[in-house]
Ligand binder design. Sequence first.
Ligand SMILES: Cc1cc2nc3c(=O)[nH]c(=O)nc-3n(C[C@H](O)[C@H](O)[C@H](O)COP(=O)(O)OP(=O)(O)OC[C@H]3O[C@@H](n4cnc5c(N)ncnc54)[C@H](O)[C@@H]3O)c2cc1C
Length: 396
Amino acid sequence: MPQLRVAVVGAGIAGLVLAAALRRAGIDCHVYEQAPHLTEVGAGVQLAPNATRLLHRLGLRDRLRAVAVAPGAIEMRRFDDATLLQRTPLGDVCHRRFGAPYYTVHRADLQAGLLSVVAADRVHLGARLVAVTQGGDEARLHLADGATVAADLVVGADGIHSVVREQIVTDAPRYSGQTIYRGLVPAHRVPFLLADPAVRLWFGPDKHVVSYPVSAGRQVSFGATVPAADWREESWTARGDPAALAAAYAGWHPDVTRLIAAADRVSRWALHDRDGINRLGAGRVVVIGDAAHPMLPFQAQGANQAVEDAVVLARCLAEAGPAGLAAAVRRYEEVRLPRVTELQRRSRANARTFHLGDGDAQRRRDTAAQLTSGLDQHEWLFAYDADHATTTVGSS
Ligand SMILES: Cc1cc2nc3c(=O)[nH]c(=O)nc-3n(C[C@H](O)[C@H](O)[C@H](O)COP(=O)(O)OP(=O)(O)OC[C@H]3O[C@@H](n4cnc5c(N)ncnc54)[C@H](O)[C@@H]3O)c2cc1C
């Protein structure tokens, strides 16, 4: 039986997890990444049990335990007096219930872990895709240096500005009107946030802040939204102005203003969105992660869903075998679309509810938040096991 040739575009979380999952399934793949070096910078990411159980099985259990933090709870508070609106227990309670931890990690630590479980000679750096063509019984990558690569299947893991996605749909990222400042603060500067390590959110009119410890508790990562009509820069490394950020949050609770003041540097990022699509593949091309379903970060699930996508796609390919490529892509789409569409919807809805000004709608939100404290509301999200989804989703 001939080996399937899989070409993955992008070595972000989606692309690297796919490379690891395909390797586990005995399927060879090559990853083409535009960046000359893989250096994830300055930001944290929340990993929920729906992703950590998969990362553990791919060989990252010990590595994650060493570098991550297992926060005790997610706490949502008011922006001015820090009244607690909702507390979701995490820590051991969450770990026991879902059989996997909720972690907060530095992106660079996650990336280093993923690189340790993929074959280094399969990741090609400085390889920027400019076009994909399909014809006969193969697809072709056309790289910026003039090289072409033939494959049985091209997987677009190339993020929100995906070139591969153009094979499936003609659309473009849409600026959300929100920017997010991100910073990392040495833990000793914000001890008031570390006595009880948690994911903390503060909601106020037009804005919110989220913070959590990373790097085994040595640093605190935060993100603070600021609406802006005219900011278009989209890069983890675009410099933000700490003074402008501090001014935007003047009058917020001292826990927020002291956290922001403790950051020497901040980055600023324009948040983009795209509408959902009803196909994730076309011919010999398929998309995963942000290339498939970018979502505003207000549900903290974009990376988690990228991990799930990659595991499901690898399973579909392994189960269908080289002769069943089209069926594998259809099955991947069938398994993944309902879930990622719902998460895109919820992320967008949170963009409104997180930023309500004081009034009736805000009071209704706060009452609902108190009534839905606890882990039950997360059961559908955290209990999902992508390793079994190909046999359980839609097969009854
Ligand atoms: C502020 C913020 C906070 C977030 N917080 C969380 C969180 O807490 N939890 C969570 O789950 N998610 C979070 N997310 C979402 C998460 O970051 C993304 O969903 C995730 O990084 C998507 O991974 P990806 O691999 O699909 O895409 P990306 O990370 O964008 O990776 C795409 C890769 O493809 C490469 N590439 C792009 N174009 C080309 C090309 N033409 N040729 C070759 N290579 C190319 C890029 O260089 C990059 O390496 C957050 C997002 C933001 C903006």
